[in-house]
Design a protein around this ligand. Structure first.
Ligand code: HEM
Length: 360
């Protein structure tokens, strides 16, 4: 089946089995009217509801004298399991829209973190749209049409295409490989672990009403220094993660899903430092994508890496893990060049719109 239901207790695109492609966009609101923001969220929700069902975002496509309601490039394609997930950045609550008192305490700019070499032009944003689909044209079409609908109210601040999922978020999926050639997502939270998601992903009574059933999205554009990595020996590569490259097995194990024995992993290995057991139980739902954007201007090296996305009940869980990763052997091969955090409100019912309880 090519359709993922849009409405539900939680927004789709979080516990949904990760699709193959991503188009992510962060927006700045350019209007100073709260009604415009609410109207945009309603229009986005209605268009997203239609597009995720495999229909055009608007009804009018045969009026000779007006631009069509659909840009057209997805006609004839299936919905390709499209999901559209909408989030609100900390800056949406800065006072422009009278929302300051309703900002959840957990939603604030991330602190400076180890590995940061951030570019402001690839960071932040008042709103975000995560479009995931199994067809890149479908994901592009969704973001393009939402940006078109936003005209006059919000503009794209930065965007990111992802060409391959780097996580499995369901036990029904194979574990994909990231651009370093390692299986990524083996020990991820999985959609089937409902209790773990309730504990570590979905917001509960600690947050304002409008965030119930929601979560927080952290996005990090992580550049991989591919040329350096490709010169590292297989042994060094495996020591970096504490897992074997081809099988994905942890050191001391034989198969991918064998239990991790931390005593067998190098003290500075990524898996040892990132595990919940090393971080006071902090667990993340990782749902990132590989990216490449050609060559960098300075050195002519591949500008490629991981567009890391994680969902968690509190962004502090990410901060905790990333702080532990200060000692990560992987840091020799990566740098974090973009960063953003968004509150992702709970899901909608037919007729409602994302964030309605916040604006009502
Ligand atoms: C595990 C790669 C960045 C958190 C892993 C694994 C790989 C990997 C290969 C082992 C397989 C698995 O269990 O999924 C990478 C690469 C990164 C990166 C290439 C950067 C380019 C991050 C970041 C975080 C993170 C920024 C969070 C701050 C985790 C966690 C695990 C993990 C929580 C699971 C550890 C466990 O419980 O066994 N990563 N990762 N990773 N990574 Fe990363």
């Amino acid at each position: 089946d090519h359709v993922v239901p849009f409405d539900g207790e939680h927004q789709a695109g979080i516990a949904t089995a990760a699709q193959d492609r991503l188009h992510f966009a962060a927006f700045d609101v350019v209007s100073d009217r709260r009604e415009d923001v609410a109207g945009l969220l309603r229009a986005w929700t209605e268009a997203a509801r239609r597009m995720t069902a495999g229909r055009p975002p608007g009804p009018a496509n045969a009026v000779e004298l007006a631009p069509p309601d659909d840009t057209g490039e997805a006609f004839g394609l299936t919905a390709a399991r499209l999901t559209v997930t909408i989030g609100f950045g900390p800056s949406l609550f800065d006072g422009r829209f009278g929302l300051a008192a309703r900002r959840p305490a957990a939603l604030r700019d991330l602190p400076a973190l180890p590995g940061d070499e951030l570019d402001g032009a690839r960071s932040g944003g008042d709103l975000c749209v995560q479009a995931c689909a199994d067809d890149p044209q479908v994901a592009f079409h969704a973001v393009r049409n939402l940006a078109r609908i936003a005209r006059g109210t919000a503009v794209i601040r930065w965007s990111q295409l992802g060409f391959g999922r780097t996580s499995s978020t369901s036990r029904a999926q194979d574990t994909p490989r990231n651009l370093m050639g390692f299986k990524d997502g083996t020990n991820n939270l999985k959609a089937e672990d409902r209790a773990a998601l309730a504990e570590s992903v979905w917001v509960g009574g600690e947050a304002p009403d409008w965030m119930r059933g929601g979560t927080y999205l952290v996005a990090r554009r992580i550049r991989m220094l591919i040329e350096v990595w490709d010169r590292a020996s297989l042994g060094d590569q495996e020591q970096t993660f504490g897992r074997h490259k081809v099988s994905g097995a942890p050191f001391g194990g034989r198969a991918e899903f064998d239990a991790v024995d931390p005593a067998r992993l190098p003290a500075d290995s990524h898996v040892r430092l990132a595990r919940p057991e090393s971080n006071g139980g902090a667990a993340l739902l990782r749902r990132g994508y590989s990216f490449t954007d050609g060559l960098d201007d300075q050195l002519g090296q591949l500008d490629a890496g991981l567009f890391f996305i994680s969902f968690q009940r509190d962004p502090d869980a990410f901060v905790k893990v990333q702080s532990s990763l200060a000692r990560d052997a992987l840091n020799e091969y990566i740098k974090h060049v973009g960063s953003a955090v968004f509150a992702v409100p709970g899901g909608t019912q037919p007729g409602g719109y994302v964030g309605q309880p916040l604006f009502a």
